[in-house]
Ligand binder design. Structure first.
Ligand SMILES: Nc1ncnc2c1ncn2[C@@H]1O[C@H](COP(=O)(O)OP(=O)(O)OP(=O)(O)O)[C@@H](O)[C@H]1O
Ligand SMILES: [Mg+2]
Length: 511
């Protein structure tokens, strides 16, 4: 007889059902595990054996074969311990086989039989729910599993608790759904920033339309400060967006105590970050920073200090909203729709615009420093803004009147206008891709929603020629202009909006 338990394997955000089969037959006592296990899965034999021993159960002295089917999919991770243990217990007659067949199981066993949390419980629960199965997982992952829907979730602290549940001696209750807290006071406030009105306005515009933004200025002018205040003015995640990003964080094992994310992710990798850590990949094709920032902000501080190849690898995900990680025999895709915020100094010493402080190599050093970032990457950034040094007079001013909540309200209003517009358009035309913000509008759709008035078009055509805007650059100006009109509550894109949008592309970068 073969005992079977369903578990899962992950290929990016794809979840594959894996059949754990256990057969006990007469022969030399042996415990074999086959079906392309990686090192961690191979070692699960020892953990399972020890966990059963802790329950006072010894493995029968038989030939035990464990197969993980389909055999050609690589099995990675430690979550195979629990399904293997359950299938063994079913084969030994300790657990009822028919009941276990209604669940997908995943979890890591400690030597004393306790269940440790594992990565990927939320996507596994979504897949189990779609297949009409329940889910068995470690207690600490229960809070995320129940977000998948109405499925039955057994979140057990230990193997013993599961056996007791199936025997009916101590029934496990449904875990409580966990949600990250979202107190307004937990964000840094824009009121801390003195002066820098242009940069603050650009930050508001970027937040309203989901645009990419580059801040350039001398050291200590407040670029990092400004970026850190962006999450405080962004609208909270919608329910489906929250589920999407939480799935990725769950796969990466970063969902704090199984709490669903509520705030937009803000990821600020250090400039020494490697290509796989930024775009995804490595040993287990884990999601990179750009995917962890999905539906949120990727902040690259000190942009030119990043390795060139790493930055270039961001080009494609920034354009398509997907990060594709190639493995030996297949591709893994993660969603990566992010808002890129970057900050940099104009040159290595940072004081290019201050003749009294600049180094002897200026202005050549600035060209060299900025050339570390390719033109195509600059081209992908909708707004470039200068953040000049703050004067002592500015710093002694009283704090500004507007705090983050006032700006956040304006941003939310502009976002609501965009959401309503794109919803109405997609109702009329079902073939349109799902668009939520102006930054995602493309091609024909953009022409339709952001067509400027006559004066605006004339200004744009003239500026595009003088500034040598690429086709992409031209469209980016239109997108930003649409956001400016939305912020002002205006129906049409006019010359004023085009002029302000053009001012955010004035810096002669990447040339
Ligand atoms: N506009 C400002 N208003 C108030 N304080 C400021 C402002 N700009 C800078 N500061 C002060 O200077 C410190 C450094 O600012 P920040 O780290 O944002 O500079 P930066 O522009 O990122 O510099 P770098 O280019 O060196 O990274 C802040 O912690 C803050 O105390
Ligand atoms: Mg900084």
């Amino acid at each position: 007889m073969v005992a079977r338990v369903t578990t899962v394997a992950f290929e990016g955000t794809n979840v594959l059902d894996i059949d754990v089969q256990v057969q006990m037959s007469n022969g030399l006592p042996k415990f074999n595990l086959v079906g392309l296990p990686d090192k961690a899965v191979g070692e699960s034999r020892e953990r399972v054996r020890a966990a059963l021993f802790a329950l006072g159960l010894a493995l029968p002295s038989k030939h035990i074969a464990v197969n993980l089917a389909p055999a050609d999919v690589l099995k990675e991770g430690s979550h195979f311990d629990l399904p293997i243990a359950l299938a063994l217990l079913a084969a030994m007659g300790v657990l009822p086989l028919e009941e276990i067949a209604h669940y997908t199981a995943l979890g890591e066993l400690a030597l004393d039989g306790a269940l440790s949390p594992v990565a990927g419980v939320l996507p596994a629960a979504v897949t189990a729910s779609a297949a009409g199965r329940g889910l068995i997982c470690p207690e600490k992952n229960g809070g995320e599993a129940v977000w998948a829907g109405e499925l039955e979730v057994l979140a057990a602290p230990s193997l013993l608790a599961l056996i007791n549940h199936f025997k009916g001696t101590q029934v496990l209750g449904r875990p409580v759904a966990q949600l990250q807290s979202d107190e307004p006071g937990s964000y840094a406030d824009l009121r801390d920033i003195k002066g820098q009105e242009v940069a603050k306005r650009a930050l508001e515009v970027a937040a309203a339309g989901g645009h990419n933004l580059l801040m350039i200025g001398p050291p200590g002018s407040g670029k990092s400060m400004l970026a850190a205040r962006l999450p405080g003015i962004l609208p909270p995640l919608g329910a489906d967006e929250a589920l999407d990003v939480s799935m990725i964080h769950s796969l990466a094992g970063l969902l704090d105590e199984g709490k669903l994310l509520r705030r937009r992710p803000f990821r600020d990798p250090h400039h020494s970050a490697s290509l796989p850590s930024l775009v995804g990949g490595g040993m287990k094709a884990k999601p990179g920073e750009i995917s962890l920032a999905h539906n949120g902000v990727l902040f690259l501080d000190e942009l030119p200090e990043f390795q060139r190849a790493t930055l270039e690898a961001l080009r494609q995900p920034l354009e398509t909203g997907r990060a594709v990680v190639s493995r030996a025999n297949h591709h893994v895709t993660y969603p990566a729709r992010v808002q890129l915020i970057a900050a940099m100094n104009p040159c290595r010493c940072g004081h290019l615009d201050d003749p009294s402080r600049t180094c002897g190599r200026a202005p050549k050093c600035a060209g060299d420093y900025q050339a570390r970032i390719s033109g195509p990457l600059f081209d992908r950034i909708d707004c470039h803004v200068e953040v000049p040094a703050v004067s002592a007079a500015d710093l002694s001013l009283p704090p500004p009147r507007e705090d983050s909540s006032i700006v956040a309200a304006r941003v939310a209003e502009a976002r609501a206008i965009q959401a309503a517009r794109y919803k109405a358009l997609s109702n009329d035309n079902k073939t349109l891709p799902p668009v939520r913000t102006n930054s995602q509008a493309d091609g024909e759709l953009l022409e339709q929603v952001a067509a400027p008035d006559q004066a605006g078009r004339a200004l744009l055509t003239q500026a595009a020629e003088q500034m040598k805007l690429s086709a992409r650059g031209y469209h980016r100006v239109l997108r930003v202009a649409r956001t400016l009109a939305d912020l002002a509550g205006a129906e049409a894109v006019t010359r004023t909006h085009i002029a302000e949008a053009l001012s955010y592309r004035r810096l002669n970068l990447g040339k």
